[in-house]
Design a protein. Structure first.
Length: 632
């Protein structure tokens, strides 16, 4: 049988991925248009896709010679927004009749925090247009770039032949077997047995390895060790993740180990340490940058002087511009070569691995963190640059964000890490000791999601806050006649009485612990609901209740997705759903519930309608499990 006929299965699978990604693209584009064109400004602001009004700050050329402008929002500061590095935006002017008029250009987010944003403008004309308007706002625009990169990566992978990408395609989704090196196992006394085995499996892998890290098992610690050890054998590696936040987290840990990191793309968590290893900061700190800056300024001045000049004078200026641009290009190339030569780890999101500064670069090893949250197509963007790939994550926690339900059901939600784990189990290392939560909080998750293979480290097995307190409580609202309300597709459902009960129960628990102890020990609390509307309602109640004022810095309120990667001493979960038909909608995504219930270190309180939820096997068994703990 020929090699080409063996490749048919993997190529068909990638063609199916392309078809599903097109489905998601069309759906998301249509939904985005509905949200932005047919919806008023107030709703867009609430959905976190618009800032209005905005205040303009200074404009300047950054280290990469991009024209940027600073802006800030002055209202609705408590609303979580979706602006982040690399996302396209459109400015708009509010008209007298309340309508909006979009400005003529598309800009790009360079940096965003809670109140301030830096936006890259396409040209000086865009700056003139922005500065000449009153009552300005800014909204997200549909992001074509990410899809373009993913479609391009799928096309490259499909047509790959007689190269390493073709081999990795057949190994990861085809039938080609994985290969391993024979290496003498290395001891890591500071790691547990499963972590040590995982690092050794990474070092032995010629093609692929998977570090499967359930909640609290030290996945990041293990991954950092694997990268550190790999760098004893290789000069440079590429480290990617789906989100900027995940890239920042792993990058910080590597910097703490003394590894020189070059961060491509702006960090989400901005502090001096983070900024110091970004491409932009290292570029402008290079000794040759001051000369480059001077040349760029001379180029801008020369371009500006072309007006009202004679033909001969223009010719002289153009000749000088050619010389200046050639010199600027030479310096840029030299700075780039120095930056990449000095870095041991190149870190970026999967989409940003297609950044122009990485064009033509190859890496012996690619590490993908939080790989279980990444679309398969996004992984192929980075895999094209690598000789082997190491996945790290947990496909029993949050899946990729997919908006088209049909595309998700037909296979878009199945990640490359998940496929590899199922098809190449010999490549997988399960981290089986968790250091986060009381063993009773862990046990249900271990039974349901991890084949009962997790164990609690001795130091956390019996951790608690109050004596004679059970680690998990379920507060049944079925006798209280609470009712859910449907608000919208984007906000979902709300159960106001359940939210009010949650805060009453939280207040009682805080009083039981005592104010002084909470403040001394910095005991923290997380309030979780799968529904945005419920989260917003709980936040508003918290603000109005003076009792919680001293504890506000210790209380975090967010959706399940917002809590990924976090942990708190005490977690309260509001499940919202309460109806006679047993309809639970969003709650049937059990991976999200796995995330929710495993955020708690010492105390977990779940509020939910047992009559509604018992109709689903997962919740019925969870309720019975909690009841069995309370009987013990």
């Amino acid at each position: 049988m020929s090699g080409k006929s063996l490749n048919i299965q993997s190529i068909k699978e990638l063609m199916q991925q392309k078809s599903l990604l097109e489905m998601e693209y069309e759906y998301e584009k249509e939904e985005f248009c509905k949200q932005t064109e047919a919806v008023g400004i107030a709703k867009k602001v609430k959905r976190g896709i618009c800032w209005n009004p905005i205040r303009l700050g200074r404009s300047y050329y950054n280290s990469l010679n991009q024209l940027v402008i600073e802006l800030s929002r002055t209202e609705d500061l408590d609303i979580n927004h979706s602006f982040e590095f690399g996302k396209p935006v459109r400015f708009f002017e509010q008209q007298f009749n309340g309508d909006i008029k979009l400005l003529s250009f598309t800009a790009m987010v360079n940096y965003a925090d809670d109140e301030r944003m830096v936006v890259t403008l396409p040209n000086t004309q865009a700056l003139i247009e922005v500065e000449g308007k009153d009552k300005l706002g800014v909204q997200l625009y549909f992001d074509e770039t990410s899809y373009k990169n993913m479609f391009e990566a799928l096309a490259d992978t499909i047509k790959a032949e007689n190269n390493r990408l073709a081999e990795l395609r057949e190994i990861l989704i085809g039938k080609q077997a994985i290969q391993q090196r024979e290496l003498y196992p290395i001891r890591f006394p500071w790691l547990n047995t499963s972590q040590e085995q995982a690092v050794n499996k990474v070092l032995c892998a010629k093609d692929v390895a998977v570090v499967h890290g359930p909640p609290g098992t030290g996945k990041t610690t293990t991954l950092v060790e694997a990268i550190y050890e790999t760098l004893h054998r290789e000069n440079q590696v590429l480290v990617c993740a789906q989100s900027n936040t995940a890239v920042d987290w792993i990058s910080e840990k590597l910097v703490d180990r003394g590894v020189p990191v070059l961060r491509i793309g702006n960090p989400t968590r901005v502090n001096d340490k983070m900024l110091s290893f970004t491409y932009e900061r290292q570029f402008e700190n290079h000794p040759a940058y001051s000369e480059l800056w001077g040349i760029r300024k001379a180029i801008r001045d020369a371009v500006g002087s072309l007006r009202n000049k004679s033909q001969s004078e223009k010719e002289k200026i153009r000749n000088r511009l050619t010389d200046l641009r050639n010199r600027a290009t030479e310096i840029e190339i030299r700075i780039n070569e120095d930056l990449f030569a000095n870095a041991r780890v190149i870190a970026s999101t999967l989409v940003s691995s297609n950044h122009r500064v990485l064009t033509g670069r190859r890496f012996s090893t690619l590490f993908i963190d939080e790989a279980a949250q990444a679309l398969e197509a996004a992984c192929w963007i980075a895999i094209r640059k690598a000789d082997r790939v190491i996945f790290a994550g947990d496909h029993c926690q949050l899946p990729p964000t997919i908006k088209c339900i049909r595309a998700a059901r037909e296979g878009l939600s199945e990640t490359l890490m998940e496929k590899t784990s199922i098809r190449k189990p010999e490549a997988v290392s399960l981290l089986n000791t968790q250091y986060r939560m009381h063993k009773d909080i862990m046990q249900f998750s271990s039974n349901w999601f991890y084949n009962n293979e997790l164990k609690a480290a001795p130091e956390v097995s019996y951790r608690g806050i109050l004596d004679y307190d059970t680690s998990i409580n379920w507060i049944d609202t079925s006798e209280m006649d609470f009712k859910e309300e449907y608000l919208s597709d984007t906000s979902g459902r709300i159960n106001k009485q359940e939210a009010e009960l949650l805060l009453n129960e939280l207040e009682l628990y805080i009083k039981k612990i005592g104010h002084d102890r909470i403040m001394d020990e910095k005991i923290d609390f997380g309030l979780i609901s799968p529904y945005k509307a419920q989260i917003q309602y709980i936040r508003n109640l918290l603000k109005k209740n003076s009792f919680f004022r001293p504890y506000r810095k210790l209380i975090t309120v967010n959706t399940v997705d917002g809590f990924q990667g976090q942990e708190k001493d005490v977690i309260f979960i509001s499940l919202v759903r309460a109806n006679e038909h047993g309809q639970i909608g969003f709650l049937s995504d059990l991976r999200r519930m796995n995330v929710a219930i495993t955020r708690a270190r010492m105390k977990l309180v779940i509020l939910g309608n047992c009559e509604t939820l018992r109709k689903h096997t997962f919740y019925r068994e969870l309720i019975e499990y909690i009841e069995s703990i309370q009987l013990d």
